[in-house]
Ligand binder design. Sequence first.
Ligand code: SF4
Length: 370
Amino acid sequence: MEFRSFYNGKFSIGKLARLRRFCLELTQTRKISVLENWRDKNILFRIDSNKKIQSWRNDVTEKKADLEIIDIKPRGYCKGVVQALHLVKRTREENPEAVISILGKIVHNRYITEALNYYKIRTIDVPGLTREELLQYVDQGILILSAHGTSSKVVQKAKAKGLTVIDAVCNDVVSTHDIIGQALAEDKQIVFIGKNQHPETEAILQNFPRTHLIIKEADVDKLNLDSTKDILVTNQTTLSVLEIQNIIRALLDRFPHAEVNNEICGATRVRQEAIIKQADLDALIVVGDPKSNNTAMLAQIGLEHGIEHVVRIESLEDLILDEFKQGWRVGITSGASTPTYLTEMVSNYLKEVDLANPQIKPEIDLTKIL
Ligand code: SF4
């Protein structure tokens, strides 16, 4: 059970101290945990037992929230992103003076890139250039490769330039490379469903040039495969679970004997399924970078699931309150590369927002991103 109350005026120091003492007593004697924001004088009780809360509420005025906020879980950082960021931070700690560069974005999130700059770790990313082309901008020091995977050709070139290479590739991406390598060794034809120019797809195509890339359902008709040979269908780890079904169905209609190995990773799948499980949402907010594919897929899933208002924002700064109406049920989710701090800023702000007279948005603190 959850009880929430707001006090619109100011607490006197004496009253605040008494209230604080009262809450502490409750937590110690009645198994009640208190989540609080004393600075803003907003107090939230969560009651873990069946016992009733005492009536300190006489002193406060309850204000009904303008929006009902649903924190969709799971959301945000996946294990691959956590591991990649951990590796980057450890590399800086162990090499405080070294020049450290990341080839492309370590994960797709602008705020993470900015936070890394703060630690003097530069991200080499020029729109439209491949990982191989980006290598021209790195001549010394340590080179970190992103969670999306990098081709062995790029790794070899980097080493030939005298760079120390550290690979932050996610294990789930490695698994897709292994499956394709094994299938090719068995002389199978590979059909890979992926996004054009995405680094994960780029690495697959460079490592396995005989792969046939499918971007959308219409591409199935254009496939030119040998009908006497086996076919393995696999895919990028961060696609939409709904969209890929249609492509796979079209492939199986044309090539009924094809073997399908769906490699959408667990983190992507459960974040998308958590949206599909939601009912009666008036709006969905997806927090994440515009270039993050798994973030884009969460928004797409929301639309395909029939949610009328799907809003993509990078952070609270982008939120336009005019898009929301009093009393709406609003779900909040975020891509696997979105810092928890940014998502919680949005959620906390909207839980208390006064739509008619909105509070000033807090500023983003880059030291809390990583
Ligand atoms: S989204 Fe999936 S594949 Fe990508 S880093 Fe996270 S766990 Fe790995």
